[in-house]
Every structure is written in C-alpha cells, then in structure tokens.
Write a protein that binds this ligand. Structure first.
Ligand SMILES: C[S@@+](CC[C@H](N)C(=O)[O-])C[C@H]1O[C@@H](n2cnc3c(N)ncnc32)[C@H](O)[C@@H]1O
Length: 347
C-alpha cells in the first residue's frame, strides 16, 4: 500500500507533477490530521452515533456532550477522507464505511481504529528513540490493565478475522491432526479457523495473561472453548505443552530480534512431532531492495513498540534452519497481500 497525498483537482495534479507543491509539508500536516481524526472519532462515539442516522454537528455535539466547533471540524475532516458524507450541514456515514465501522458487521474494525488513538504517545517519542534507542515495550504492560489489553487484542482479532479463514486453508497440516500450538496467538482466532477445518484438532494458545484473558472471552463467545484453550505464559519461559502436529507463529517475530526468533523457534521445535508443520505469518522486509511504504511504516511501528523491525525472508529461512526446521516455502494469501505465510517442517 502506498501512502501519499492525492490531488483534489487537475490543477493540483499538474502542480504535484511539476514539483510545485511542498509535499514534505503536506505529509507532515495532513498525515498527522488524517490518522488522528479517525481514531478520535471512534473514541468519541461519532461513528456509533452516525450509524443510527444522519446528524448535524450541533446535534452530534449535544448528544455526545462535545463542543460543536470541534465536532464540525472532525466531521469535515472525515468527509475529506470519504469516511463520512456531507449534505448541507448534515453528516452521515458513507455506505462503504459501514462495512468497517458498524459493530454488527463481521468485518468491523472499530476497536482496532480505537487502539490507534493510543499510538500517539509512541510516535510522539520517535525522535528520542531514533536518536537514543529504546522502545515502549508494549507487551510489558501489566495484566491488570484490563482495558489496555481488551482494546489491543480485540483490535488484533478484528483484523485477523478478515483473513483467518483463508490463512487456515493455506496452512498444511498432516491428515487428521490432533494438536496445534499457537504461540503468542492472543485472540486465538487463527486457531479457531483451523479447528473448524479439522474436526480432530485441539489448539493451545500460549500468551501473556492480559492477552490470554481477552482471547478466552473471544473464543468463549464463539462457542469454541472446547477446541481452543488459552494457556497463560511467557513463550520464552513457560511450558509449551505438546507434542504438536503444527505450530503457528503469527505476527510476533516483528516484535523480536533475530536471536530471540531463533530462541523461540528452537523452543517450538522441541515440542513438535517430527514432520510437523511450522507456519510463520508476518510482514517482511524486502531483502536488499527499496521497502514498500507500508513495510517501512510497520517496521517503524514495531521499532517504537518493541525496539525491533520486520525481518527479511532470507533471515527467516536461516532462523528456521538454525532451530531445526526445513527450508520454508512461501504461500501468498490473497486477502493479505502485504503479508506472507512461510511454512516449514520439523526435521
Ligand atoms: C500482534 S499480536 C499477534 C496476535 C496473533 N498471533 C495474530 O496474529 O493476530 C502479538 C501477541 O504476542 C503476544 N506476546 C508478546 N510477547 C509475548 C511473550 N513473551 N509471550 C507470549 N506472548 C507474547 C501479545 O500478548 C500478543 O497477543
């Protein structure tokens, strides 16, 4: 995915083409606004209110106990992003946005958007982190911070369920597999989709207590607690159980250094049956080439939150070999073109 300001009319298109527009200023100014208004509108309940019907800024402000001037500006910005529509003074949710912002939709991602509103603290410290190093270590947040973990893991679930069925189809397990390990599986939804595909399968999700608590609730409300069990624990220290026919290591290696990935995969290998499948799903750096804008943006996010970065496919292959797995094979998942699924066998 590209990230760039778009021309509003032909004149602007020509001006951008001729380099007459100070694009660094446009990114600095409008990028900042775009990200923030979406998260704040979700936090303040603007989308939830507009789902019940169109309203003027004055009406929204009165019902949500906000100030009218700021509410109008929020709505005008959201209209500029085509998330809202405007008819005179009245704002409504754009039809295309409903799919993503209506909690009744099975493609709702509102909690994920809400979580992005908390990213600002991390981005506010970017200069310090780039200059001096360090990171926010988001996974060290205490388990007692229930709201923190609820918003984080529910948001991850909302994103995961958009692709989980297709990912589950792409994961190659032996015939009639019985046991699956989902390391740092959080919500557990990838495991749930795999269990739906394989009626003999039981999954164990190992995750930190704050995350596992939310995951257990998500799995219980889907009626799948008899198939997907959460186990509280640090993946580097706790008993991972086993032996397993397959292991998922999804969206976690980007929070780890290379040495940590090898240590984790070595622990995973130790609890797998020979011939079992290791599946790693993540975003990856392009080896030795210019990075996609989305990969660079996510690399920075993981750097701020964990001091890490995306890894390259070549690096992943060497971590897997070192941990006792075969050469990984890549599977493209159509639903998530920015991510890759790599699968290898426990040798
Ligand atoms: C980005 S989420 C990914 C969740 C899920 N695997 C997915 O693909 O959507 C990262 C997960 O790693 C978990 N995690 C981070 N450090 C961990 C550790 N040391 N032990 C176990 N889980 C950990 C977090 O609690 C969180 O659930």
């Amino acid at each position: 995915m590209k990230i760039k300001p778009g021309a509003d009319d032909p004149l602007e298109r020509v001006a951008i083409g001729l380099n007459l527009v100070p694009l660094p200023a446009a990114y600095a100014l409008y990028g900042l606004t775009a990200g923030r208004v979406v998260g704040v509108a979700q936090q303040l309940g603007i989308f939830a209110r507009l789902l019940t019907g169109a309203a003027t800024a004055g009406r929204l402000a009165e019902e949500l106990e906000l100030q009218e001037a700021g509410t109008r500006l929020l709505c005008e910005n959201l209209t500029g992003l085509r998330i809202l529509e405007q008819d005179g003074d009245t704002f409504s949710l754009d039809e295309r946005s409903r799919k993503w912002l209506d909690p009744a939709s099975d493609t709702y991602i509102g909690t994920f958007v809400e979580h992005t509103a908390s990213y600002w603290e991390w981005y506010g410290d970017m200069a310090r982190i780039v200059r001096d190093g360090g990171s926010f270590e988001i996974h060290r947040e205490p388990a007692e911070e229930r709201e923190y973990w609820r918003v984080y893991i529910t948001g991850q679930y909302e994103i995961a369920r958009l692709s989980a069925r297709e990912v589950a189809k792409a994961v190659r397990l032996a015939d009639r597999p019985s046991a699956l390990l989902d390391v740092a599986g959080g919500h557990g939804w990838f495991s749930a989709e795999l269990c739906k595909r394989h009626d003999t399968l039981q999954a164990t999700v190992v995750d930190l207590p704050g995350s596992a608590r939310v995951g257990r609730e998500i799995i219980a409300s889907a009626g799948m607690s008899d198939r997907v069990a959460h186990r509280d624990g640090d993946m580097f220290e706790s008993d991972l159980g086993g032996p397993y026919d397959g292991a998922l290591v999804f969206d976690i290696v980007h929070h780890l250094s290379g040495e940590q990935v090898v240590a984790l995969l070595t622990r995973v290998r130790a609890v797998m049956k020979p011939g079992g499948t290791l599946a790693v799903l993540d975003m990856f750096r392009s080896d030795g080439r210019r990075q996609r804008a989305s990969a660079a943006a996510l690399g920075m996010l993981f750097h701020l939150t964990s001091g890490a970065d995306l890894h390259g496919p070549g690096e992943l292959a060497s971590y897997m070999r070192e941990a006792g797995f075969s050469e990984p094979k890549r599977t493209k998942v159509r639903r998530i073109p920015d991510q890759d699924l790599y699968q290898a066998t426990a040798t």
